[in-house]
Write a protein that binds this ligand. Structure first.
Ligand SMILES: [Ca+2]
Length: 337
C-alpha cells in the first residue's frame, strides 16, 4: 500500500498531557474578597435585590476567587453565601449563579448526578458530559462525584443505562485513554483504522466492543489520524459509518465522541447555536455549556461559533435571551473578540 509507505518514519508533535485552556473567565486583578463580599451583602439586602451588582462581580471572578468571596461573606454576614443567593434569586439567573459557586468538576459531577437521580434518565445531558470531557476532566469528575454524593460514578451510570450504551459510557468513566505522545505511530494508526472498518462497515452487524475499546483507550491526536486513515478503507467516513451501524443513545454517544475528537469547541458551538435558535426551552443547554466551559475553553467556543455561524455568540444571546439571564450570559462570555 502506497499510503502506508508514506507513513513510515517518525514525526514529532508538540503535545502536552493537558489541553491548552481558552477561558473567558480569568482571575480579576486587584482582587479583594472583603470588598466584593461587602458589595454583595448590600446587593442582597437591597429591596428587590440588586441583581446587576451580583452579576457584575460573580461573572468577573474565577471559581477560586468566588470561593474566597464566599468565605469573606460568611465572616461578615454570619450567613452562607450560597443559601443567601438561593433565597434571593430565581429561575435561569439562579441556576447560572449557583452553578458559578461550584468548581468546574463539581458542576460537571452535579450535572451527571442530576441526569440520573430520581425516576428516568436525562440521556442528553449524560451523553454530552461523559462523551465531551477529556480524560483528565473525567478523572477529576469521578473523584469529586464520590466526595459530593458518597457514591461511585461508574455504579451510578451502570444502574441507569444498559446494553452497549452502558458499556461505552462505563469504558469512558474508566478513564483508560492514553495520553498523547510526541511520536506518531503510523502502524498503529493503520491498524486501528482497519479494525474500525472490519468491526463495522465491512461486516454484517457491528462488533461494538472493538469500536468502544479503540474510541475509549486511544489518545485524541491518534484518533484524529485514525479517522483520516479510516477513509482509505471505508466508503463512509467515521460519522457516516456510526449513523449506518448503530442506533439510539449508542449512536448519539459515538457521534458526540467523534465530533469532540475532531473539534470539541465546534461541537459546543453547534450545540449552543441549535439551543439558542430552538423554539423550546433553551436555558438548560445554554446554561450547562456556558457555565461548565467558561473557565475551560469558552473563548475558543466563541470563535468557532463566529466562524461557523457568521454571527457572534454575544449577538445571538442578545437576540434570543432577555433580562438578567441575558446579562449573566454576556458577563460570562465577555466582549466579542
Ligand atoms: Ca456492519
Amino acid at each position: 500500500m502506497a499510503m502506508v509507505s508514506e507513513f513510515l518514519g517518525q514525526l514529532c508533535l508538540n503535545v502536552g498531557t493537558n489541553e491548552p485552556k481558552h477561558p473567558t473567565v480569568v482571575p480579576a486583578t486587584d482582587f479583594n474578597p472583603d470588598t466584593d463580599a461587602a458589595r454583595i451583602e448590600t446587593a442582597i439586602k437591597t429591596k428587590g435585590v440588586d441583581e446587576q451588582t451580583i452579576i457584575d462581580i460573580l461573572t468577573k471572578r474565577t471559581y477560586s476567587q468566588r470561593r474566597d468571596i464566599a468565605f469573606a461573606y460568611e465572616r461578615r454576614a454570619k450567613k452562607d453565601l450560597i443559601s443567601a443567593l438561593k433565597g434571593e434569586l430565581s429561575g435561569s439567573l439562579e441556576a447560572v449563579i449557583l452553578g458559578l459557586m461550584k468548581s468546574t468538576s463539581q458542576y460537571d459531577a452535579s450535572l451527571i448526578r442530576g441526569s440520573i437521580k430520581g425516576a428516568g434518565t436525562d440521556e442528553e445531558t449524560l451523553i454530552e458530559v461523559l462523551c465531551s470531557r477529556s480524560n483528565e476532566e473525567l478523572v477529576d469528575i469521578k473523584k469529586v462525584y464520590k466526595e459530593l454524593f458518597k457514591k461511585d460514578l461508574d455504579k451510578d451510570v451502570a444502574g441507569d443505562t444498559s446494553g452497549n450504551f452502558a458499556k461505552l459510557l462505563l469504558a469512558l468513566v474508566e478513564t483508560n485513554r492514553a495520553a498523547p505522545i510526541a511520536v506518531i505511530d503510523y502502524d498503529k494508526i493503520d491498524q486501528d483504522a482497519r479494525a474500525l472498518y472490519e468491526a463495522g462497515v465491512k461486516i454484517k452487524g457491528t462488533d461494538v466492543p472493538t469500536w468502544i475499546s479503540i474510541m475509549s483507550e486511544r489518545s485524541v491526536p491518534h484518533l484524529q489520524k485514525v479517522f483520516q486513515r479510516y477513509k482509505s478503507y471505508s466508503p463512509y467516513d467515521m460519522q457516516e459509518s456510526i449513523a449506518k451501524e448503530v442506533k439510539g443513545d449508542l449512536q448519539k454517544s459515538f457521534l458526540v465522541l467523534v465530533e469532540c475528537f475532531e473539534n470539541k469547541q465546534l461541537y459546543f458551538a453547534k450545540r449552543l447555536n441549535e439551543a439558542m435558535k430552538s423554539k423550546g426551552a433553551k436555558e438548560k443547554i445554554v446554561t450547562r455549556i456556558i457555565v461548565s466551559r467558561c473557565e475551560v475553553d469558552l473563548k475558543k467556543i466563541c470563535s468557532e461559533y463566529k466562524t461557523s455561524t457568521g454571527e457572534s455568540l454575544q449577538k445571538t444571546i442578545l437576540e434570543h435571551t432577555k433580562g438578567d439571564y441575558q446579562k449573566v450570559l454576556l458577563g460570562l462570555c465577555g466582549p466579542e473578540q
